[in-house]
Design a protein around this ligand. Structure first.
Ligand SMILES: Cc1cc2nc3c(=O)[nH]c(=O)nc-3n(C[C@H](O)[C@H](O)[C@H](O)COP(=O)(O)OP(=O)(O)OC[C@H]3O[C@@H](n4cnc5c(N)ncnc54)[C@H](O)[C@@H]3O)c2cc1C
Length: 314
């Protein structure tokens, strides 16, 4: 088994990972950043960002490229690696084992693996994934130009992405299991005021229907009456939440009920040497600003940790 030694491992290259890489590179900490895909994380799913201070409007892809370029400027090592397991050896060092067995070892880790969209788990979802079923409006919205679109969910992502989809769809129907939305008031207003939108309240999707060409609609059940009806749609966009990508951590780490890692204010988890930042961390709000803020704190806390470790060994 090939093992590569580093002082610090950063898992994930979303905004949190890229910011951690920037500071770790700048401090010459001997870090490696491990990323399963392309740098940018969820920024690659985001069409436009208009709430990053100092940057009035920027495309998600463009911001991702800028962050990656900025981190690269400070010379941090970056590897394309899908980490399957993160564990500790008997000496307390972390081993990040990638697909294929390549292993990275370091006394400290900043975990910034973010989250992935939560599926509905209903019949038809897997069958029509990529053939009408989508979790990314920016990536797939344009395929449904002039067609009927259904959006499932009631939080910020559902409402924001639903409004975005009005630029392509003939109609956008939001299906929500409650009688009020969780989304921010401004997002709700923008969605409701659009003439292409409507909301189906107190309803859950029980099936996604389709034929050989792809999705044709959703079966919807009224949670109060139990009545079922079908809504025709060729695009079914699911925004019912994200699952944190924390399952690869073998050791027990304190976490909240949804699996997000608990930290103290210095981003330290319950495992010494393991720090968490960004969407993988238990916190009130998950944004680019909070991700980079967490990452900044995590790098300096990790640097202190490594310094103490070295002093203890001397
Ligand atoms: C559609 C959409 C629109 C949004 N709009 C905005 C907005 O306008 N403003 C805003 O502030 N926020 C917005 N957000 C939220 C924002 O994008 C996230 O809060 C932010 O990206 C979190 O950064 P992160 O680095 O913690 O995680 P992520 O962006 O999720 O990055 C995690 C990275 O880790 C990698 N990874 C995961 N598991 C592994 C593994 N096992 N091995 C190696 N790599 C791994 C992933 O590939 C990914 O690149 C939006 C999110 C979405 C989905």
């Amino acid at each position: 088994m090939e093992i590569r030694d580093h002082e610090l491992i950063i898992v994930g290259a979303g905004p949190a990972g890229l910011c951690a890489a920037l500071y770790a590179g700048r401090s010459e900490m001997g870090a490696v950043m491990l990323e399963a895909g392309l740098p940018g994380g969820q920024l690659l799913l985001t069409e436009l960002v208009d709430d990053y201070p100092g940057v009035e409007e920027v495309g998600g892809q463009e911001l991702a490229d800028q962050m990656a370029g900025h981190a690269a400027k400070f010379g941090v090592e970056v590897e394309r690696a899908h980490i399957e397991v993160l564990r500790r050896d008997e000496e307390g060092r972390f081993l990040a084992v990638a697909e294929g067995g390549k292993t990275y070892r370091a006394p400290a880790v900043i975990f910034t693996a973010g989250g992935t969209p939560r599926p509905l788990n209903v019949p038809g979802e897997a069958q029509f994934m990529g053939k009408g079923v989508s979790y990314c409006a920016i990536c797939d919205g344009a395929f449904f130009r002039g067609e009927d679109i259904v959006v499932v969910g009631g939080g910020d992502a559902a409402v924001e992405e639903g409004e975005f989809l009005t630029r392509y769809g003939r109609s956008v129907t939001l299906i929500h299991r409650r009688d009020e939305l969780r989304a921010a008031a401004l997002l709700q207003r923008r969605f409701r005021e659009h003439d292409k939108t409507r909301i189906v309240w107190n309803s859950v999707v029980t099936e996604i229907t389709g034929d050989e060409r792809g999705a044709t609609g959703v079966v919807v059940k009224d949670v109060n009456t139990g009545d079922e009806s079908e809504i025709a749609a060729t695009g079914v966009f699911i925004f019912i939440g994200f699952t944190p990508n924390t399952g690869i951590i073998e050791e027990h780490v304190d976490h909240d009920g949804a699996g997000y890692l608990s930290t103290d204010r210095d981003m330290r988890t319950s495992v010494p040497g393991l720090f968490a930042a960004g969407d993988a961390r238990s916190q009130l709000v998950r944004q680019i600003t909070t991700a980079v803020g967490d990452a900044t704190t995590a790098v300096f806390a990790a640097e202190k940790y490594l310094l103490n470790l070295r002093e203890q060994k001397q």
